[in-house]
Design a protein. Structure first.
Length: 161
């Protein structure tokens, strides 16, 4: 019971404004959508289609997107560890809605199986999934218009920004 009480107190502290609750809801719905869509739509097509047509300029709200996005991505999985792709897609889309110019990175390492990781970069900093780029991964970068920007080879220094 103490664990639940602690979680509820922390959520209350994090979501302190009505705008934060709206943002949490929007990010949770987005992450849930991406949880399903990633299995049915090719990822490049999905990224192109999630770019919003309308954008507003709201720099003050941008700093809340990544932390609330992490909470929302965990919430749709029952409080367990968030899926990096679902979280990153939700954060990327919301940052675009607020007029930011984020970059989405998808890293893959091929072997007997394919292992991947996703994260969002804004102003040279990793936002969603602070682990950032793993070493030895081939990285696909998508710009703020959802276009494949570049492909970095393994261990490329620029991919570790």
């Amino acid at each position: 019971m103490m664990g639940l009480r602690h979680r509820l107190r922390r959520i209350y502290q994090e979501l302190r404004a009505p705008a934060d609750i709206c943002l949490f809801t929007r990010l949770a719905v987005s992450a849930a959508f991406f949880r399903i869509a990633k299995r049915h739509v090719p990822i490049a097509v999905l990224i192109q289609r999630i770019v919003p047509a309308k954008r507003s300029s709201d720099p003050a709200r941008r700093e809340r997107v990544a932390p609330i996005g992490a909470w929302a991505a965990r919430a749709i999985r029952g409080g367990t560890k968030a899926n990096c792709l679902e979280q990153s897609l939700a954060v990327y889309r919301q940052l675009l809605r607020y007029g930011a110019e984020p970059r989405l990175a998808l890293g893959f390492q091929r072997g007997e199986t394919i292992v991947g990781h996703a994260w969002v970069m804004l102003d040279g900093k990793a936002l969603a999934h602070h682990a950032g780029p793993p070493s030895g991964y081939e990285i696909l970068w998508f710009d703020s218009k959802g276009r494949l920007e570049q492909r970095n080879q393994k261990n490329c220094p620029e991919s570790r920004a």
